[in-house]
Design a protein around this ligand. Structure first.
Ligand code: ARG
Length: 462
C-alpha cells in the first residue's frame, strides 16, 4: 500500500487526499464520543468472526485482549485519538493494529463502517436514555419534596398570564411532575423500540458468505434481534430523530418552568427568590441579581430544538442507502444530549433551592377577581340560574368591584343584591381564595385533599 494514501481504504487511490478533504471529512473531533461503544462492538464482532471461522481462537483472544487494553486506555483518558485516521472506527482499528499487527485487518471482514456507526450510535442513545430517566426520577423526587414543604401555599393560577383562579403552589409544581413523567415514559418506550441491531448489514446489501450470526451479535450487544432490511439499517436515523424529539420536549418543559420562575422572581411579582448560588450580578449595576441559570435553561432549549430540525433537514434530501451526510448527525445529537444533561442538573438545583414568598403569593391570589367563577357556580347551584346567566351577572359584579376598587368579598350584600336579588350572605363563604381551592375536589384538581392524593399516587409512579 502506498504510504501517502489512506491506510484503510487507500488501495484504489493514486494520490493522497488534499488537506481540505481531510478537514471536511474528519469526524474524529466529535465521534470519539462513540469510542466505548465501538470497542464493545468490535469485541462482540470478533467473537462472531471466530464463531464463523474467519479468525482462529488464538487470533480472537489476542484481539479481545488488545481491545480490553484500549478500553482501559480510554477509561484512563490515555488513548491517543489521531487526526490521521478520519473517524472513531479507524482510530480503534489502527490502535488495534499497533497492538496485534496485521491480524487487526481481519476484524473488518464482512462489516462496514455504515452498519458499524449506526450500531454504535444506537447503543450510545440507549445508554443516554438510561441516564436521562435516572435524572428525571431525581427531579420528580425533588418536586414532591418541595410540594410537600409548601403544601398549603396559595397562589394565583394564570391563563394568558392574567390572574385566573386560586391554586395551590404544590399543585402547580406537581404539574411539572406530570410533564416530565411523560418524558420518562417516552424515553422508556424509545429504549424498548431500539431493540434491533443494524450490525451485519454490511455497506447496504448484507454480508457475504462469511457466516456471521446476526442474532448472536444482536443479543451480545443487548438488542433483541437483528434489523430486518440491510438497506434500511445503514440509513435509518429515525431513532435519532425520536431521541431528539424527546430531548426537545424535556427542554421545552424546563424552559416553561424557567420562564415561570424568571417572571416570579421579578420585582413586580416577588413570588420566589433564587439563591445567590444560581444568580449572577451586573458589571455596571451594583444592585443586580439576575436569574441566569433559569435564563440559560430557556435558551439551551432553542439549541436542542435546532438539533432536531438539523437532523430532519440532513435526511430530507438523501437517497436510499448510506450517504456521508449522515456523519453530520452526531454533533447536533451529542450537543443536544449534553445540553439536556446540564438542563436537568440545574433544574433540579433550582427547584430545590428557590425560596417561596407565600405572603406575596396569597395577596396576589386575592387580586384580579380570581374567584369570579366560584361566584357564578354558586349562583347556578344555589339560585338555579343557567351558567350563562350567572356568568353575565358575575361579570356585572366584577365591573362594580372594579369601579369601587374593591375585591369581590369586600362588596356589600346590598350592592350584590342589586345585580341578583337572590344572592345571600352565604356567598361570602365561597369567594375567598382558600374556599375556592377547597371546593376544587375533582380528580386532579387543586384542593388540598386531591393534591395530597395526587402526591401519594405520584410517589408510586416514580
Ligand atoms: N464516520 C462515518 C459516519 O459517521 C462512517 C463512515 C462511513 N464511510 C463511508 N465511506 N461509507 O457516518
Amino acid at each position: 500500500m502506498k504510504k501517502s494514501t489512506n491506510p484503510i481504504w487507500g488501495g484504489r487511490f493514486k494520490n493522497s487526499n488534499s488537506e481540505l478533504l481531510k478537514k471536511i471529512n474528519n469526524s474524529i473531533s466529535f465521534d470519539y464520543e462513540l469510542a466505548f461503544q465501538d470497542v464493545k462492538l468490535n469485541k462482540v464482532y470478533s467473537e462472531a468472526l471466530f464463531r464463523a471461522k474467519v479468525i482462529t481462537k488464538n487470533q480472537k483472544d489476542k484481539i479481545i485482549k488488545a481491545l480490553n487494553e484500549i478500553n482501559q486506555e480510554l477509561k484512563n483518558e490515555k488513548f491517543k485519538f489521531s487526526d490521521s485516521y478520519e473517524d472513531i472506527h479507524m482510530n480503534i482499528e489502527m490502535a488495534l493494529k499497533s497492538k496485534v499487527g496485521e491480524i487487526a485487518g481481519k476484524i473488518h471482514t464482512g462489516k462496514s463502517r455504515n452498519d458499524q456507526v449506526a450500531t454504535d450510535l444506537k447503543m450510545w442513545i440507549r445508554e443516554k436514555l438510561d441516564e436521562i430517566i435516572k435524572r428525571i426520577k431525581q427531579i420528580q423526587k425533588t418536586i414532591i419534596r418541595k410540594s410537600e414543604e409548601n403544601m398549603n401555599v396559595i397562589m394565583p393560577g394564570f391563563t394568558h398570564l392574567q390572574n385566573a383562579q386560586p391554586i395551590l403552589f404544590s399543585h402547580y409544581l406537581m404539574s411539572f411532575f406530570e410533564m416530565i413523567n411523560r418524558d420518562k415514559i417516552r424515553s422508556l418506550q424509545l429504549i424498548e423500540s431500539l431493540n434491533e441491531c443494524p450490525l451485519g448489514s454490511g455497506a447496504l446489501a448484507g454480508t457475504n458468505f462469511f457466516e456471521i450470526d446476526r442474532f448472536y451479535i444482536a443479543k451480545q450487544l443487548g438488542f433483541k434481534k437483528p434489523t430486518e432490511n440491510s438497506i434500511d439499517s445503514v440509513s435509518d436515523r429515525d431513532y435519532v430523530v425520536e431521541f431528539l424529539t424527546i430531548l426537545s420536549l424535556i427542554s421545552m418543559h424546563f424552559s416553561k418552568l424557567s420562564e415561570d420562575f424568571i417572571i416570579w422572581a421579578s420585582r413586580a411579582f416577588e413570588f420566589i427568590k433564587f439563591p445567590d448560588s444560581l444568580c449572577t450580578g451586573s458589571s455596571i449595576m451594583p444592585q443586580k441579581k439576575n436569574p441566569d441559570a433559569a435564563e440559560l435553561i430557556r435558551s439551551k432549549t432553542g439549541r436542542v430544538f435546532s438539533s432536531l430540525s438539523n437532523l430532519l433537514i440532513i435526511q430530507k434530501g438523501l437517497p436510499s442507502g448510506y450517504s456521508k451526510d449522515l456523519q453530520e448527525d452526531k454533533e447536533p445529537t451529542f450537543d443536544a444530549y449534553y445540553s439536556i444533561e446540564i438542563i436537568l442538573n440545574v433544574a433540579n438545583e433550582m427547584i430545590k433551592s428557590i425560596k417561596i414568598n407565600k405572603e406575596r403569593m396569597y395577596l396576589e391570589a386575592n387580586k384580579g377577581f380570581t374567584t369570579a367563577t366560584d361566584l357564578a357556580d354558586w349562583m347556578v347551584r344555589k339560585i338555579g340560574l343557567s351558567f350563562r346567566d350567572a356568568h353575565y351577572k358575575t361579570g356585572k359584579i366584577v365591573l362594580l368591584a372594579e369601579k369601587e376598587k374593591k375585591m369581590l368579598h369586600q362588596l356589600t350584600l346590598d350592592s350584590l343584591k342589586k345585580i341578583e336579588p337572590k344572592i345571600n350572605k352565604d356567598v361570602y363563604d365561597i369567594i375567598l381564595p382558600e374556599k375556592s381551592i377547597f371546593h376544587k375536589k375533582s380528580y386532579g384538581g387543586t384542593s388540598l385533599k386531591t393534591v395530597v392524593e395526587a402526591i401519594k399516587r405520584a410517589k408510586k409512579r416514580i
